[in-house]
Design a protein around this ligand. Sequence first.
Ligand SMILES: Cc1cc2nc3c(=O)[nH]c(=O)nc-3n(C[C@H](O)[C@H](O)[C@H](O)COP(=O)(O)OP(=O)(O)OC[C@H]3O[C@@H](n4cnc5c(N)ncnc54)[C@H](O)[C@@H]3O)c2cc1C
Length: 439
Amino acid sequence: MRAASIEYDLLVAGGGPAGTCAAIAAARQGLSTILVDENGCFGGMATAGLVNPFTPYWQWRPDGRLDKGAPSNAGIFAEILSQLEAHGALAEDGVTFNEEALKLVLDRLVAGSGATPLLHARVIDANVGVCGAGKTVMAWIATKSGLQGIRARYFIDATGDGDLASAAGLPFEQGRPGDGKTQPMTLSFRLGGVDASAFPSHIDPGKFQNNYAVGEMDARYLAMKKLGRIVRNPRDDLVALGHMLEGVMHFNSTRIPNLSGVDAEDLTAAELEGREQVHELHRFLKEAMPGFAGSTLLMTGSRVGVRETRRLKGAYALHEDDVLGAKKFPDGIARGTWHVELHDPDGPGTRVERIPPDDYYTIPYRCLYAPGFQNVLVAGRSISSTRAANSSSRVMPICASLGQAAGLAAALAAADGIPVEQVDTERLRKLIRESGGLC
Ligand SMILES: Cc1cc2nc3c(=O)[nH]c(=O)nc-3n(C[C@H](O)[C@H](O)[C@H](O)COP(=O)(O)OP(=O)(O)OC[C@H]3O[C@@H](n4cnc5c(N)ncnc54)[C@H](O)[C@@H]3O)c2cc1C
């Protein structure tokens, strides 16, 4: 065990869409920043989780199509998109991307911001100061070099699971009232060698998403379930998305219910079950679906996809009425246009409710901190929100915007040496806009 003497202005735990944007934003404002992730790359679910595509980051039109002239997420997220485009790694739809290129894009953006990257490093605990109640002083990181203590003036928890903030004592809730169950996990996978021209139904290219599994394909899936040929996967539909290359298809169609994303044994069980479901689905596709007979399993995510774990009990909890009513808050720091999309913890169904067309909701800064906790912000999936609201705000473009806002808020707090809850939200909103963001 060894405690490092290094002290940073800011430690960001978790380098997914939220954490990378938080670290980049803060470092560009001059904060000495360390970005810590347990994976070997940044990007979180977008890279290691093989989650693709980005949900649309524009407003919806009344006819259900996208208004690409009206973006809802910009700033560093837009920089990431343009870097992907420069690598030929963003599809024409503007949402499907190549995750290998994304890894490099994020490495370079983090390095260019001046933030210090630390990979293969898991935050496992936090120390709270003896004289300053509610003040976190150090995070404990498990690395190949041993256990390291890293001190910082401010902390952003972007682990998606609230790992750092819960260790620091911030209050969280989890799952459905009553039984605490969360949305099921999913192991994403990708097939190559698919002959899409043989499919019984075809996509409408003007529509998000480019899901081929409509009509005949979904009907065959359900028929195979009835016949007992698909027994492991409780999901009642198939999600089969086109990807960057011809003949390559992306599936986030497995469904692993009744397990917790913050329990080591459950996560292990989820990985094993996910792989069984992948192979079961691939067998079905090869046997029963035209176009898949010669297909090959190219890859699965290097980690199972977790939709829901801890949610901060912050100064305000974003509510589904705020999302579905397209509410604008005076301290709004990020926008969202994604639907409420709540996957049933018990198995088959998914509740989908759209936000009003030609509109967006905002997320207040108060969802990012808990009163009394002076120097910790939470960004990304685990912000303070009801389950239904969270099922909208958790998507990658919105998490990126939340991360950027958190990084800028940390910079303002650090400049004045004040607790995060005292940040002037008018100044914060101005800084977000000046940094290219929307709020
Ligand atoms: C199956 C599935 C399908 C989805 N589909 C879509 C979709 O189509 N489009 C879309 O936009 N969104 C989708 N989402 C949602 C989205 O991927 C996530 O909610 C989003 O990535 C959350 O961003 P984040 O930065 O908060 O967390 P994450 O992306 O989860 O990143 C968290 C990072 O923190 C790291 N970390 C975690 N704990 C620790 C720790 N203790 N110490 C150090 N590092 C840690 C992880 O390694 C990871 O890199 C999907 C999610 C799932 C699971």
